[in-house]
Design a protein around this ligand. Structure first.
Ligand code: PLP
Length: 400
């Protein structure tokens, strides 16, 4: 048992109130993945169990599968606010982001621009292409002055990529403003928006107004994992990353994942129906959780400066003198699943490029915690988090 765990075991005994370890499981990591909604699972099951057709075939069962995909295409197009003909189904947000950057740049010359708080699925292809990575303000939003300067001074800009919502902090970016600057100063360039973290919470047609390409992924808004979309406005030329049978209008070869696409389409319909109600309910719980933690753990601060617009689902906090890894370990012992930054493949805690770009002090960043809520979150979940997190955080900070 680690020193922190021993110390917490002592503290929890002395607290009395949390003497009995509860069996409660509280999932506060919805920004990493949120569970598929029951209606989504129901819609997917027949396509897993009963329908064998390949959507590229010509017989009746193949046509059934094609129709199911096209219904999902219509639902996703309505969610994003672009034409169904521009919807390219992918294996998720990473592939959609990679396809946007690499597909637009293609084999020709041209420069891609993004900012330093983008998801690595955008950041890495932009860096690999020797693109321009812009700085951000203290809220993690793209520096519009630096963008204007880049648009005016760099020749042959082909793509500007800006995320709608940051996956670590929940901060909303001014996508429409970026798109109108690009249209004015570099009209030959296209704008890509990674709207992966926005789909559950914001109206995409207005949030991504002016963007020519939009990425989303199912597992962030009640759909399945392994299903995403790159939606294109009109006929943006795109070099495919996957070549073969020419599916998805030659933009993404490979037999489509019909059950997952059906689930993605159903999730899109559901989120359009009840996004506002869910957002209001979740915002109230997030605010209560955040206020409770700030009030009960001295030295804690909200990572996002006051007044910076955020989605209702995320609170990102930095605990002074606390190590995130120990905090997450003890939270898990008490049934709470959360994360410090974004999820990475190894599950290890890596230092956050987002917090570094925002200029968050390294020591504070080392004690960061992201709690993210979504449609299944309940008031009881928040009660449990408030009954457990302050004690653990105080215990850990006292140990430093
Ligand atoms: C903003 C953002 N973009 C892209 C991705 C990648 O999506 P996926 O996990 O579906 O590949 C994520 C996932 O965490 C994300 O948060």
């Amino acid at each position: 048992m680690s020193v922190a765990a021993k110390r917490w075991a002592q503290v929890r005994r002395s607290l009395g109130g949390v003497e009995e370890r509860s069996d409660r499981q509280v999932y506060l990591d919805h920004a990493a993945s949120t569970p598929p909604r029951p209606e989504v699972v129901e819609a997917m099951l027949p396509w897993l169990a009963e329908h064998p057709g390949n959507p590229s075939g010509s017989h009746r069962l193949a046509r059934d599968a094609r129709r199911a995909i096209d219904d999902a295409r219509d639902a996703v197009a309505a969610l994003v606010g672009l034409d169904a003909g521009g919807v390219v189904f992918t294996s998720g947000g990473t592939e959609a982001d990679n396809l946007a950057v690499d597909g637009v740049l293609g084999a020709d010359s041209g420069v891609a621009v993004c900012c330093s708080t983008e998801h690595v699925a955008v950041l890495e292809p932009v860096r690999d292409s020797d693109g321009v990575v812009l700085s951000v303000d203290a809220g993690g939003r793209i520096d519009l002055g630096a963008l204007a300067e880049t648009l005016d001074s760099v020749a042959d800009i082909k793509l500007v990529s800006v995320m709608a919502v940051n996956n670590e902090t929940g901060v909303i970016s001014p996508v429409a403003e970026v798109a109108s600057m690009v249209a004015e100063r570099a009209p030959g360039a296209v704008v890509h928006c990674d709207a992966v973290q926005a789909a559950a919470w914001l109206d995409l047609p207005s949030t991504c107004q002016g963007a020519h390409l939009v990425s989303i992924t199912g597992h962030k808004f009640g759909g399945p994992k392994g299903a995403g979309v790159l939606a294109l406005d009109g006929n943006i030329p795109l070099s495919p990353m996957l070549r073969g049978g020419g599916q998805e209008r030659e933009r993404r070869s490979g037999t489509q994942n019909v059950p997952a696409i059906v689930g993605l389409g159903r999730a899109a319909e559901l989120v359009m129906e009840d996004r506002k109600d869910t957002a209001d309910r979740v915002a109230a719980m997030r605010d209560r959780l955040e206020a409770g933690l700030l009030a009960s753990v001295p030295g804690t601060r909200c990572t996002v400066p006051e007044g910076v617009e955020r989605i209702p689902a995320v609170t990102h906090l930095c605990f002074e003198g606390v190590e995130s890894e120990a905090l997450l370990y003890l939270l898990e012992q008490e049934g709470i699943c959360a994360s410090a930054a974004s999820s990475c493949s190894s599950g290890a805690q890596e230092s956050s490029h987002v917090l570094a770009a925002m200029g968050v002090d390294r020591e504070m960043a080392a004690g960061s915690l992201r709690l993210s809520l979504a449609w299944p979150t309940t008031e009881e979940d928040v009660d449990h988090a408030l009954s457990v997190i302050p004690g653990i955080a105080r215990c850990l900070s006292a140990g430093t």
